[in-house]
Write a protein that binds this ligand. Sequence first.
Ligand SMILES: [Zn+2]
Length: 300
Amino acid sequence: MLDAICTYDKTHPKIYSIFEFKLLPETEIDKLRYSLLCPVCKQKAYFRRASKDGKQACFGSRYHEKDCEEFNPSASKSEEEKQLAEVEQIILEQDSLLIDFSKPVISRKKSSQTEPAEEFEAQKERHTVQERYLTKAVQSSKSNKAKPQSAGLDEENNLPEVSKQGLAKLLTSLLRGSSLASSDLWIYTSEKHKWRAKNLFVNIKDAQPTENNAPRMYWGTISHADKTLNWLNPAEDRSVGLPVSKYREQLLSRFDIDEPTDVEGAGFILFGKCVFSKDKKRKYIYLWGNDLQYFYLSKV
Ligand SMILES: [Zn+2]
């Protein structure tokens, strides 16, 4: 995307080319970057500075409409389409879905880094726990299923399976505007906890502290990070921040993040709680248990 519409001045939106935008003073960029839209489909856009490894500064959007001409047909697009279709099918055909937090994260890890044995063991353990959740979820789904209305239905052949999906696919689906965000699908986040999808998934622009600090699955895109990579700032609402210092090292290593530009434009989803700052002017999203299995980042 070579241009973006800036709606910072709502009555006089301005079109910036990437070449002029990247030359603006840093304070100006930080002021305007929250107000960028795709010039074609008018969806939320982001700005990425040039990175040290030679990537040019650019505009982009994770929210392009399906037929937007700025959304280049590419390998990543067709992979996204596949993931979208998969989730849509679950929404249409099934009544519940289990989130598989143990799904391995595919990141381009440097080959010199090896997985510490402890982490591996922890993942194995998690996986076993998730398997148990699944079995339970399937069983309870079966036992809760009401008898079919029509006597002609073969109950055995009409029982739903509980599908398992990792955060990556769910995030793709949400970003691309699937019906997941408004669906009545039951989502299991653990053996004991299930939620209607529409009550669980919250876009960052709608994030509000909940009664009893109940967690939600917050999702959106990252505008930029602070220089020390202790804060991630969502693009959708500048009053919301993700303090990541408590799990910063793991986060950087798991998602192969070296510098703040690496996260600009990234999609994210995390299970956590939203709380007000002391002066109530800002909202923070805290990761549940500071446990990185509940956090997924999809870099550009
Ligand atoms: Zn677009």
